[in-house]
Design a protein around this ligand. Structure first.
Ligand SMILES: NC(=O)c1ccc[n+]([C@@H]2O[C@H](COP(=O)([O-])OP(=O)(O)OC[C@H]3O[C@@H](n4cnc5c(N)ncnc54)[C@H](O)[C@@H]3O)[C@@H](O)[C@H]2O)c1
Length: 347
C-alpha cells in the first residue's frame, strides 16, 4: 500500500482517517484525497495536513463518478490501494432528493471498481453502514450474515454499492474488504447529524428537535475507534470478507440528547436547564426503530476493541465543538467558500 486513493477524505470520517493514518499509524505511503467538496466536504477539516506532509499527501478536487478524473489519478499517482468513503450520507436528504445518492453511492462506486479492475489494485476497501441491514425489533444484533433489508434511499444506495464490491471480488477477483459501521460521532462532523446539531443548538439556546418520542435506538462509536478499525481491516482483514464495526453502545435518541444537555449545563450553563429546549417533532418517514451491531468477528479475528466510552467520547466531542466555534460559524454561514478562496486561491 504505497499510493492510497482515499475518496471523500474531506468529509467527517475520511478527514479523521487521513489525519490518523498520516500521523499515528505505521502507514508510510502517500495519500491521494479525491473529494468533490459537496456541502459536506470541507478542506478546512485537513487544515495543516498538506504543509506537514508535503511529500505524502495530495488533494484533488473531483468527482468519483467522473471517469477521466479517476483514470488520470491512476496514471499520475500509480494508485495501488483504494479506501472509499465518498458518499451522500444523510438519510433525511435522501428522502427529499434521492438522485444524488443513486449517482454518487452506486454509480460512483461502480466507476471506482472499474478502474480498480482495469489497473489492478492491492486492495479496495469499501466503507459502509449498518443501515443496510434494516431495522431490529427489541432484541437481536446485526451480524455479517444478516440479510440486507434497507429502508431509506440512503441505505438502499449503500446496500447496492456493497453488493457491487462483493460481486467484483467474486467475478474478477479484485481484493476487497467491506466494513459496515454503526453511527459515528466526534470532531469535524457536519452539523446536520444528531449529535453536533444538538450540541450547537444547545450552545445557542435554540430548540433541540427530536423525532417522534425519541425512542429510536442507535449504536454509537467514536470516530477515532472507527478509523483504527478500518486500518486494521485494511492491513489484516481477509480479502473478500465483510466486518461489522460497532461500539457495543445502544442508546435511545432521547437519552443521547439528555446526556448532551447535562454536559452543556456543566460546561456552558444557561439561565434554564438545557433539557427545557428539547422539542419533539413529526417522525421521519420509514424511521428505523433500532440498530445494534455485533462486532465479535472483528474483535476475535483482528483484536480490535473500541477505546472510547460513550461518556468520554461525548464529553470530548462537546468540548471540541466549543473550541472550534470559528469552524462551525464558517460552515453554517457559507463563509467557508470565502475561506477556501483565501487559503487556496479558490478551487
Ligand atoms: N457518519 C456515520 O455515522 C457513518 C456510519 C457508518 C458508515 N458511514 C459511511 O462512511 C462514509 C463517510 O461518511 P461521513 O459521515 O464522513 O460522510 P460525509 O457526508 O461527512 O462526507 C462525505 C464526503 O464525500 C464527498 N463526496 C460526496 N460525493 C462525492 C463525489 N461524487 N465524488 C467525490 N467526493 C464526494 C463529500 O464532499 C464529503 O467530503 C460514507 O460512505 C458513509 O456511508 C458513515
Amino acid at each position: 500500500m504505497k499510493n492510497m486513493l482515499v475518496t471523500g477524505g474531506c468529509g467527517f470520517i475520511g478527514s479523521n482517517f487521513i489525519r490518523i493514518l498520516l500521523s499515528e499509524s505505521d502507514f508510510t505511503g502517500r495519500i491521494i484525497n479525491l473529494d468533490k467538496l459537496t456541502y459536506a466536504g470541507n478542506l478546512e477539516n485537513l487544515d495543516g495536513v498538506s504543509d506537514q506532509f508535503k511529500d505524502r499527501y495530495v488533494f484533488v478536487k473531483g468527482d468519483i463518478c467522473d471517469s477521466e478524473t479517476v483514470s488520470e489519478l491512476f496514471k499520475s499517482y500509480g494508485v495501488d490501494t483504494i479506501c472509499h468513503f465518498a458518499a451522500e450520507s444523510h438519510v433525511d436528504r435522501s428522502i427529499v432528493q434521492p438522485d444524488a445518492f443513486i449517482r454518487t453511492n452506486i454509480n460512483g462506486t461502480f466507476n471506482l471498481l472499474e478502474y480498480a479492475r482495469l489497473n489492478g489494485v492491492e486492495l479496495f476497501h469499501h466503507i459502509s453502514t449498518d443501515e443496510v441491514y434494516g431495522s431490529l425489533g427489541e432484541t437481536g444484533l446485526f451480524t455479517e450474515t444478516t440479510p440486507y433489508s434497507p429502508n431509506s434511499p440512503y441505505s438502499a444506495s449503500k446496500a447496492a454499492s456493497d453488493l457491487l464490491v462483493r460481486a467484483y471480488f467474486k467475478t474478477y477477483g479484485i481484493p476487497v474488504t467491506i466494513s459496515n459501521c454503526s453511527n459515528n460521532y466526534g470532531p469535524y462532523q457536519f452539523p446536520e447529524k444528531l449529535i453536533p446539531l444538538m450540541i450547537l443548538n444547545g450552545f445557542e439556546r435554540k430548540a433541540l428537535p427530536v423525532y417522534g418520542r425519541g425512542v429510536n435506538i442507535r449504536d454509537w462509536l467514536y470516530v477515532r475507534d472507527h478509523c483504527i478499525a478500518i486500518w486494521k481491516i485494511m492491513k489484516h482483514g481477509k480479502r473478500g470478507e465483510t466486518y461489522n464495526i460497532g461500539g457495543d453502545c445502544e442508546i435511545r435518541n432521547i437519552d443521547v440528547v439528555e446526556m448532551i444537555c447535562n454536559l452543556l449545563d456543566e460546561i456552558c450553563p444557561g439561565k434554564t436547564p438545557a433539557r427545557e429546549l428539547i422539542t419533539f417533532v413529526k417522525d421521519r418517514p420509514g424511521h428505523d426503530m433500532r440498530y445494534a451491531v455485533d462486532s465479535q468477528k472483528l474483535q476475535r479475528e483482528l483484536k480490535w476493541r473500541p477505546e472510547e466510552t460513550f461518556e468520554s467520547g461525548l464529553a470530548k466531542t462537546v468540548q471540541w465543538y466549543l473550541d472550534h466555534t470559528e469552524w462551525v460559524n464558517r460552515i453554517k454561514s457559507g463563509a467557508y467558500t470565502q475561506w477556501i478562496s483565501d487559503h487556496y486561491g479558490g478551487i
